[in-house]
Design a protein around this ligand. Structure first.
Ligand code: ATR
Length: 276
């Protein structure tokens, strides 16, 4: 019997998850389909009832439902509970189990470039939901020092205080981060600054960036944000948000199908979607 999967959000039209998963279903000969389902912010509860009626096997959750969905789930895995957000739900025998593959997806993509991650000095730019997933996941992985810079210092302090895993963190504003940038091996940009259509914006200047550093931006539209092009000019390594998107999807696929899919194929599918 054909299995139904979905991605829910508001808006949802832009989501590339169905194209990526449907391509994998076809490639592996799995009788399944993923659909985009638009559930308005204020209509989550009734939308989820309809989803239960569809006999859904699993679904992805995107903005604005990642936190709001939690009360409607039967179980939560420990990391998604700590992060307080869910992006993947497995539906088994009527039981809905929530996971968060965003942070781990980011980590998997990063480890390809930096296998010795725990030894690296890291700074995260931003303290929102995306930063939270990444910060908690890196701390859980065993990274010992992760600094945070943010426009609003109290938001960064709240993020640090909420982390249940041991990690040392200095908090600073953008100006201090710019001054001390030469200390860092990895700069992780998690804010929406530089995202299309505001492609000329950048959170910090990279004057003091060291050449051996990796600058990683979770944005993938555009594929090369202003901060990444500035990093390239300095001779540093860069990573855009495609890997995080692909790996969060691959981890969701693994939870639904029981095996880890071909991430290179997924990446090509996403790049085709983006027209690149
Ligand atoms: P997400 O859930 O996608 O991470 P979010 O929770 O709205 O989005 O988080 C936004 C992050 O980007 C925050 O760190 C925010 O800084 P504040 O804590 O000071 O609000 C940061 N951010 C967004 N727009 C910004 C801007 N124009 N200048 C500086 N920081 C910005």
């Amino acid at each position: 019997m054909r299995k139904n999967y979905a991605v829910i959000g508001d808006p949802i039209q832009h989501s590339m998850s169905p194209a990526m998963h449907n391509d994998l279903f076809q490639f592996y000969g799995i009788d399944a389909e993923m659909k985009k389902i638009h559930i308005k912010k204020e209509l989550l509860e009734s939308g989820l009832i309809e989803l239960r009626d569809m006999n859904i096997a699993g679904f992805n959750v995107t903005v604005p439902h990642k936190q709001a969905i939690i009360p409607f789930l039967d179980e939560l895995d420990p990391l998604s509970k700590a992060i307080g957000a869910v992006n993947t739900v497995v539906c088994e025998k009527g039981k809905w189990i929530g996971y968060n593959t965003d942070g781990e997806g980011y980590l998997r993509g990063l480890l390809k470039q930096l296998p010795d991650l725990p030894q690296r000095k890291i700074i995260i730019i931003g303290s929102g939901g995306a930063a939270r997933g990444i910060y908690f996941t890196l701390a859980q992985y065993g990274v010992l020092q992760i600094d945070i810079c943010n426009r609003t210092l109290s938001n960064a302090a709240a993020l640090k205080d909420a982390c249940p895993y041991p990690v040392n963190t200095n908090i600073m504003d953008f100006a201090s981060a710019e001054k001390t940038l030469s200390e860092y091996d990895l700069i992780i940009q998690t804010t929406s600054i530089g995202m299309s259509p505001h492609i000329d914006d950048t959170p910090i200047q990279l004057t003091n960036l060291k050449r051996e550093a990796l600058v990683s931006d979770i944005i993938y539209n555009p594929l090369e944000t202003k901060i990444l092009s500035a990093a390239k000019i300095k001779g540093a390594k860069t990573q855009n948000g495609i890997d995080m998107f692909v790996y969060q999807g691959a981890l969701a696929f693994e939870k639904w199908q029981g095996f880890f899919p071909d991430t290179e194929r997924m990446k090509q599918c996403v790049l085709t979607q983006l027209g690149g």
